[in-house]
Design a binder for this molecule. Structure first.
Ligand SMILES: NC(=O)c1ccc[n+]([C@@H]2O[C@H](COP(=O)([O-])OP(=O)(O)OC[C@H]3O[C@@H](n4cnc5c(N)ncnc54)[C@H](O)[C@@H]3O)[C@@H](O)[C@H]2O)c1
Length: 379
């Protein structure tokens, strides 16, 4: 099977996540980067492409030139999919143009800026029948899939409570307005959207809760706070939520928690058992049945479900992490682009995941705006 040829938009000099995508897509040998329009300025885009070894004539000055030039190449050479790793405000235009030009899309989260864009993009994906993947990284960890499988098999019974938290500390003081590009756009409503911490990391927590529980977050009650003076978007979010199965939850997303790195953690409590998973220790999953000793489930262990074991690359004790989680998303994406039916048991974050994430985000912002009242999520 040939490699899926990818063109990247964003991820130029000094950018963060583009380089992670480039490493990850190459890990399993199923994808290759063939071209890119890596920056918002033409010179930098060109220079950035050459610096990572792209051919001169396939290192483009902007994404529109890339789409036009690639569409004109012979089919066996041209890119097949576009990876979008720009700040949030550019996702929609690039994704729509890529789909219109006949290319599959693998897009960063949060998917777009608002529900209007999300619905237009979803219609476009359905109309074109092209593959759309969303980079919800944590859906790439094997033990997250095992957690989902334990819930689906009824090992926890009905879910009563989910506590999911994503604390970071890197925005504890004013970082925007200077050299910190990542802080600058994340705190700017025109480039980040209506959510700060809630959009940037709260959407990951929401996706994780829905993925593991197999349920929908149906209602939210939220309070968004800007702790740092002069900041334009929330740097702290507290959200109470209700689940489609009758359970309840609490979601915390904060970027002012000094000392916290990427402490994404989820605890799921059912009527028969609980489980907990921490992103900074991703190869361990704790399962606690009622009145029994706690069980530590480990990545690559022989007792994992077959579809989960298939997502592990290294033997027990040789840790896999962030890059491999991204690689798994690219692997699942490559399968779909190649027309292979995905394994039903393995969730792949797609346009519906993106729609749900945007609906959650809008409901949280609306709830906060209205003084913290319950808001239904309609999607
Ligand atoms: N899935 C994850 O775990 C994860 C982690 C970090 C960031 N992200 C997401 O990835 C995206 C990028 O975040 P980042 O931290 O890498 O940002 P960044 O500021 O480090 O990099 C953004 C890059 O996009 C380029 N760019 C902007 N507009 C462009 C355009 N129109 N055409 C071409 N290039 C353009 C910039 O020049 C820059 O190179 C965001 O949507 C963010 O939410 C996701």
């Amino acid at each position: 099977m040939g490699k899926i040829r990818i063109g990247m938009v964003g991820g130029g000099e000094g950018a963060f996540i583009g380089a992670v995508h480039r490493t990850a897509l190459a890990i399993d040998g199923r994808c290759e980067l063939v071209c890119g329009a890596l920056s918002s300025t033409a010179d930098k885009a060109k220079r950035s492409g050459l610096a990572i070894g792209l051919a001169d004539d396939r290192s483009y000055s902007d994404y529109r030139s890339m789409l036009t030039a690639e569409a004109a190449l012979p089919e066996e050479i041209r890119m097949q999919a576009v990876a979008i790793v720009t700040p949030n405000h550019a996702h929609f235009d690039v994704a729509m143009a890529a789909l219109d030009a006949g290319f599959h899309v693998f897009c960063e989260k949060p998917m777009v800026m608002d529900m209007t864009q999300a619905q237009a993009l979803a219609s476009k994906v359905r109309e074109t029948g092209l593959v759309f993947g969303l980079a919800h990284t944590y859906a790439g960890y094997p033990l997250v899939h095992q957690a989902r499988s334990l819930v689906a098999a009824g090992r926890l019974g009905a879910i009563r409570k989910i506590i999911v938290e994503y604390p970071q500390g890197w925005l504890a003081r004013m970082e925007e307005g200077g050299d910190n590009k990542q802080a600058d756009w994340r705190t700017d409503p025109a480039r980040a959207g209506g959510g700060g911490a809630i959009g940037d990391i709260g959407t990951h927590a929401h996706q994780l809760a829905e993925m593991i529980s197999g349920e929908a977050v149906t209602e939210v009650r939220a309070e968004l706070t800007r702790f740092v003076d002069g900041r334009r978007l929330d740097d702290d979010a507290e959200v109470a939520f209700r689940l489609s199965g009758g359970g309840k939850g609490h979601l915390l997303a904060t970027q002012i928690a000094i000392g916290e790195e990427n402490g994404l953690r989820i605890r799921v409590h059912g009527e028969k058992a609980s489980l907990r998973w921490l992103q900074e220790e991703p190869n361990s999953l704790w399962f606690q049945p009622i009145d029994q000793p706690a069980q530590l489930w480990r990545a690559a262990a022989p007792y994992l479900d077959d579809h989960v074991a298939a997502l592990c690359r290294t033997p027990m004790g040789h840790p896999e992490g962030y890059l491999e989680a991204f690689a798994t998303l690219y692997l699942l994406f490559a399968d779909r682009v190649a027309g292979k039916a995905g394994n039903d048991k393995i969730l792949f974050p797609d346009i519906d995941t993106g729609l749900r994430g945007m609906a959650f985000l809008e409901a949280v912002i609306a709830s906060d705006h209205d003084g913290g009242i319950w808001r239904k999520i309609n999607v």
